[in-house]
Ligand binder design. Structure first.
Ligand code: NAI
Ligand code: MG
Length: 357
């Protein structure tokens, strides 16, 4: 029985990299021979929003639920305000599908160069665990006296004990599964004295259940400095929706490019399909040029293979990662990684490499 994958390419380079990822996944399945994908396309994009007035149809979530996983490109285009596009598509999916964890691994891929001279592959190997359902992106708040000089807007962050407890447990489990069993918890609990203090409190409670995991805590501003100056002191990181969003772009840049960074939006209970997407956006500045780096999309696809396989497709996922890194090491890279190849050339090279590994 094929794995049913809902594909939402979205906007800009989201379309290019989704096409590339599907090619690579089909090649992977073809070479492995023991599994298949059935890709179902959804044309939910900003362009269609302009014409139809909606991003998703009323029964959109029900349609998505019929799939084993969701593969997402990117959403957002200059002619639609970004808060409309994000809240039209990706944020409702994350929330409705109970995808309360966003896992963002970062490391320096073989053969690529990171911007910091003192930071090599041994120094930077992190997993950022992002709280993906509440916090600063709860969507609560409002504006009064809009369009006047006296406008007042509130943006209310919501933190619940249930939401914090489950993300902390996932983060500790992730840390436990990695060789150095180390977790760094990030807050801003000196200035934000309610929600972030609850984070601290629940973190300490949960930590008691993981005596084998070494942990420490950081304030988010100091964390940015530590990521740049002492990357080798970090391993697994847990942070709020907003903080982890920002830290993961920094992490991607430190590892070489935002174009390589993957993410998995997980419903750990497996009640709903999980969603896999590169962390970058639609990149209007390079859209349509065929030069987007597809590596973040491929890495996300590898994570999707792992997830839908429930332990049975580990070999295939590892083979895909191996193929990606063999290609980067061979110097077949897009411009953002210092190379001169385009999306198509990198994709074809990864497909060829899959046949070899
Ligand atoms: P962005 O990630 O689209 O681009 C930032 C910079 O990185 C640009 O210079 C871009 O060319 C470069 N870049 C990104 N991905 C790349 C790749 N694969 N290969 C080579 N270079 C790459 O972020 P930006 O410009 O802030 O946002 C553009 C639009 O995307 C906005 O509408 C924003 O709201 C949306 N967005 C959507 C996301 C999503 O769908 N998950 C995530 C982030 C932004
Ligand atoms: Mg982001």
């Amino acid at each position: 029985k094929p794995y049913r994958i809902a594909c939402i390419p979205g906007d800009g380079i989201g379309v290019d990299i989704t096409d590339a990822a599907i090619q690579v996944l089909n090649k992977l399945a073809e070479v492995a021979g023991n599994f298949k994908f059935d890709f179902v396309h959804f044309d939910w994009s900003s362009k269609n929003f302009k014409e139809r007035g909606w991003y998703m149809p009323e029964d959109g979530m029900e349609q998505l639920k019929k799939h084993d996983a969701i593969y997402f490109g990117a959403v957002g285009w200059p002619d639609v305000p970004d808060h409309i596009s994000l809240w039209g598509l990706i944020l409702p999916i994350r929330k409705s599908m109970n995808q309360y964890v966003n896992v963002r691994p970062t490391r320096i891929l073989r053969g690529t160069e990171a911007p910091l001279k003192k930071c090599g592959p041994k120094d930077l190997d992190w997993v950022i665990v992002r709280e993906n359902s509440e916090g600063e992106y709860a969507g609560q708040g409002g504006t009064t006296h809009d369009h006047t000089a006296y406008a007042v807007a509130t943006e209310v962050a919501i933190f619940t004990a249930v939401g914090i407890d489950r993300i902390m447990r996932f983060a500790f489990e992730t840390a436990r599964s990695r060789p150095c069993k180390k977790l760094t918890m990030v807050t801003k609990s000196n200035a934000q004295r309610h929600g972030m203090v609850l984070w601290d409190k629940i973190f300490h409670q949960v930590a008691k259940d993981y005596p084998d995991v070494e942990w420490d805590k950081m304030l988010v501003d100091a964390m940015t400095v530590r990521m740049v100056l002492h990357p080798q002191t970090l391993d697994t990181i847990v942070a709020t929706n907003l903080h982890a969003d920002i830290l993961s772009d920094l992490a991607a840049a430190l590892s070489g490019s935002i174009g390589i960074a993957p993410s998995s939006n997980l419903d750990p209970t497996r009640g709903c399909p999980s969603m896999f997407e590169p962390i970058h956006g639609s990149a209007p500045d390079i859209a349509g040029k065929g030069i987007a780096n597809p590596v973040g999309a491929f890495w996300s696809a590898a994570e999707m293979v792992r997830w839908v396989g429930k332990g049975e497709l580990e070999e295939a996922a590892d083979a895909l990662m191996l193929a990606i890194e063999n290609v980067t090491e061979a110097g077949i890279r897009t411009k953002d990684l210092g190379g001169d190849k385009n999306t198509k050339e990198v994709t074809e090279a990864v497909c060829k490499e899959i046949e070899k590994v």
